[in-house]
Design a protein around this ligand. Structure first.
Ligand code: NAD
Length: 289
C-alpha cells in the first residue's frame, strides 16, 4: 500500500520533531514544522545544519542533497498556518493534555479523514490520544521514532483500539519510505521498546544500589558480555533519569504491577537534580552543553 504523502506536518521542533522533519525532507517529502515556543524554530534550524553538515562530512549525502533537504522544510509558529499537509506527526512534550488538545484542533482543521494524525508518544496510550479526534479516531496511530532520528533504524508502529487497518499499513509504508524499518506493537503501556528496555535499566540501578557492582563495571559487563553498544546506566543518562522514572511510573500504572516501580536510587538521583547528560551529571559526569 502507498502512503500517499507529499507534505508532512510535524508538531514540535524539539529533539524528535526536528529529527523527524529532517529525515522526511531527506526522503524527498515537503515538510512543515509547527512550534510555538520562542527560540525553538531557530534552534531546530541550527540542529539541522549541524546534523546534515556531519552527514556531508562523512560522505553519507552530497552537499546538494543536504541543501535540497533544508529547502524542503518550512516552519510556522501558528497552528492555523499548518494547512495543506497530507499527514501530521505530533512530537510535542509528553503531556497527555497538550497532545489531546493539539490532536483535537488538528482533527477540526483537517476534516478529511485521509489525513492521518500520528503521534510520536513514547508512553501515552494511543487509544486515549485517539479519542481527541472524536468520530475520526480511526486515523490516529502511534509512529514511534527513536533518538537520534537520523541515525536510528526503528519506527515502532502502534495502532490504538480505534485505528483502522488501512492507516496502519500506510504508516508502515511511510516509515519505510523515510528509510526506516517499521515494526508493529500493540497499545499496552511502554509498547515493546520501553517495556523491555526500562525494567532492564531499572534493574541496573538496583544492582548498583545493592552494591553488586560499581556503575563502570555494570555497564562494562553488559557491553562486553552482552554486546550492548552502550551500558544500561550510560543509556539511562542519555535518556534522562527523570524520563526513566516517568516511564517506570507509566509501566507500573498501565500494567498494574508493582514490579515496574522505579528503583529508589534512581528516584533519589532525580531529586538531587542528577538528570543525566542534560544536567551535566547523572550516573556519570558530562561536560555541560
Ligand atoms: N527524546 C527521546 O528520546 C524520545 C524518543 C521517542 C519519543 N519521544 C517522544 O517525542 C515527543 C517529543 O520529545 P522530545 O524529546 O523531542 O522533546 P523536546 O522537549 O526536545 O521537544 C518538544 C517540543 O515541543 C514543543 N512544544 C511543547 N508544547 C507545545 C505546544 N503546545 N505547541 C507546539 N509546540 C510545543 C517545544 O517547544 C519543543 O520544541 C514526546 O512525546 C516524547 O515522549 C522522545
Amino acid at each position: 500500500m502507498s502512503h500517499n504523502v507529499k507534505t508532512l506536518g510535524v508538531l514540535g521542533a524539539g529533539q524528535m520533531g526536528g529529527g523527524i522533519a529532517q529525515v522526511a525532507a531527506m526522503a524527498g517529502l515537503s515538510v512543515k514544522v509547527f512550534d510555538s515556543f520562542p527560540g525553538s524554530i531557530e534552534r531546530c534550524k541550527g540542529v539541522h545544519a549541524k546534523s546534515l553538515g556531519k552527514l556531508v562530512e562523512k560522505g553519507k549525502i552530497s552537499k546538494d542533497a543536504a541543501d535540497a533537504a533544508v529547502g524542503r522544510i518550512g516552519f510556522v509558529d501558528k497552528l492555523e498556518n499548518l494547512a495543506g499537509c497530507d499527514w501530521v506527526v505530533e512530537a510535542v512534550v509528553e503531556d497527555v493534555k497538550v497532545k489531546k488538545d493539539l490532536l483535537g484542533k488538528l482533527a477540526a482543521m483537517y476534516p478529511d479523514e485521509g489525513v492521518v494524525l500520528a503521534t510520536n508518544t513514547s508512553s501515552i496510550s494511543i487509544t486515549e490520544l485517539a479519542t481527541a479526534a472524536g468520530k475520526t479516531a480511526g486515523r490516529v496511530v502511534g509512529m514511534h521514532f527513536f533518538n537520534p532520528v537520523p541515525l536510528m533504524q526503528l519506527v515502532e508502529v502502534i495502532p490504538g483500539l480505534q485505528t483502522s487497518a488501512g492507516v496502519v499499513e500506510r504508516t508502515m509504508a511511510l516509515a519505510t519510505a523515510m528509510g526506516k524499518t517499521p515494526l508493529r506493537a500493540n497499545d499496552r503501556a511502554g509498547f515493546i521498546s520501553n517495556r523491555v528496555l526500562m525494567p532492564m535499566i531499572n534493574e541496573a540501578f538496583y544492582a548498583w544500589m545493592e552494591g553488586v557492582a560499581e556503575p563502570e563495571a555494570i555497564d562494562g559487563i553488559m557491553k562486553l558480555g552482552c554486546n550492548f553498544p552502550m551500558g544500561p546506566l550510560r543509556l539511562a543518562d542519555f535518556i534522562g533519569l527523570d524520563t526513566c522514572v516517568h516511564i517506570m511510573n507509566v509501566l507500573a500504572e498501565g500494567l498494574n504491577n508493582d514490579r515496574y516501580r522505579a528503583c529508589p536510587l534512581l528516584k533519589q538521583l532525580v531529586i538531587a537534580g542528577r538528570l543525566g547528560d542534560k544536567s551535566g551529571r547523572g550516573v556519570f559526569e558530562y561536560p555541560v552543553k
